[in-house]
Design a binder for this molecule. Sequence first.
Ligand code: PEP
Ligand code: MG
Length: 580
Amino acid sequence: MRKIFKGIPVSSGIVVGKALVLADQEDLVIKKNIPEDALESELKRFQTALEKTKKEIKEMQGKVQKEVGGKHSSIFEAHLMILSDPMLTTAVEKHIKTEKLNADYVFANAVSKLVGSFEKIEDDYLRERANDVKDIGKRVIKNLTGGMRETLADLKEEVVVFARDLSPSDTVTMKREKVKGFCTDLGGKTSHTAIIARALEIPAIVGAQSVSLHIKDGEPVIIDGLLGVVIVNPNEEDLKHYKGKQEEFLKQKMLLSKLKDLPAETLDGYKVELNANIEIEEEAKFVLKHGGTGVGLFRTEFLFLNRRDLPTEDEQYSSYFKAAEYLYPYPVIIRTLDLGGDKFLSHLGLGKEENPFLGLRAIRLCLAKPELFKTQLRAILRASELKNIKIMFPMISGVEEFYKARQILEEVKTELKKKKQGFDDDMDLGIMIEIPSASLTADILAKEVDFFSIGSNDLIQYTLAIDRVNSNMAHMYNPLHPSIIRQLKRVIDAAHKEGKWVGMCGEMASDTSFSALLIGLGIDELSTAPVAIPEVKKVLRATTMAEAKKIALDVLRLDTLDEVKTYMNAVNKGSCKYCK
Ligand code: PEP
Ligand code: MG
């Protein structure tokens, strides 16, 4: 049956393909249809996995009992009880039979539901049992798949992925030749999952409510990453319409690529630095392909995701050096680790936080773990021999934090000098302005740093108190709020007063409806998703600085978000997504 869903478009492009549905679980589990005549053996496979898991738990119990005594082995009693819970046994078997679905998928969803109910319990002890359920879930899935679980990195055929949610690390390991597009029930426009989709140029939609529950594996689908529309089982008319739309999209892309070697300047000759954001060093080639003149933000934390250990200093060095060497003589701004928030690293042993975006994230984590920070700083400094690297600290909340981080950088420099290790001692040091406390003290910070880069994704999140990954709040997440425009003006003026430059590396910089406004406010550099470079360049080359300044002045005089939206919609002739 033909079905249409609507979500938030986060990475443009049109895909027509076959759905691959993932279960709602921490580990990726794929949904598969089981033919009637294979149902019995599927049930048998499930029962065998349950039995094998029980046996393993009993063996562990025996071992622990022998080594440390009875008290500690009682945890395994609880695990065995969970394993006999009808929700994970008889209910799963029934579901496999009635829905004709694979055991892995049905079981993973049942685990997820049970975890959800434990997590809602008030009592701390009982709530913590959610982790036991997760643990058991992982064991059973491992036994179901014989440890040979597929991941998005080893897909054999082309698919369009549907999931309740995808983590940034799931997204970064997607095999681009196979994953033609994806759609998630959750997520917002500036979630890191959405950012990665744009970086990898995979058409994507997030926040599409419960689409993953209403779609079967292998069903034909269309993803319209321009408008955020998903069509399941499209008809002939849909296919014809979208074929035309896809051709038009590719034609526009081709026309934009012709701007590659033209300068990023306004009609009256005002030049803007147009750089790109990258997450892994391989993306450096996309920067030049799209006509960027450097990297305005290298999100280094992605090297830390999807692995059980920490990358060594040499590994980090090699990643930074490769990007800097590839892009030489263009600059590469390396942002120090921004782990935390939606980029959680379980093996740092930090435990889950209630409000991770307000927690031990980015520079806070680095200051709390100086060895982790120092290793990265050493790697960056060692990689700076070509003198085109700059360092940038994320989430700086005020000048004290900057001093602390800079002090550690100085210590690392002294250590390297003692070892006679060469590095660029004149390297620029900047900070991201992405917390209101930093923008409110921008005049103080501007005296200390070489540059600012505005992280609009977080600045909007923290100013408006809107979780950037929460699809339910996405309608209130708006870069045009007067509080944001006023902060941008304040930060830019404060930096210019001290003779420092200001860039923007948040997603606001990639949205062409804001390009004129931003340069009118005085921004010196824009760092966008590589694919957005030609789009922004096209708009800049059709604007004059006088027009841009007028837009900025007019907007600064408006009091309400609605007024700004109406004004900007008129400026953009109806094409501004945040003006609706
Ligand atoms: C930002 O917050 O705008 C930014 C560029 O950093 P990130 O998206 O990685 O938080
Ligand atoms: Mg940020």
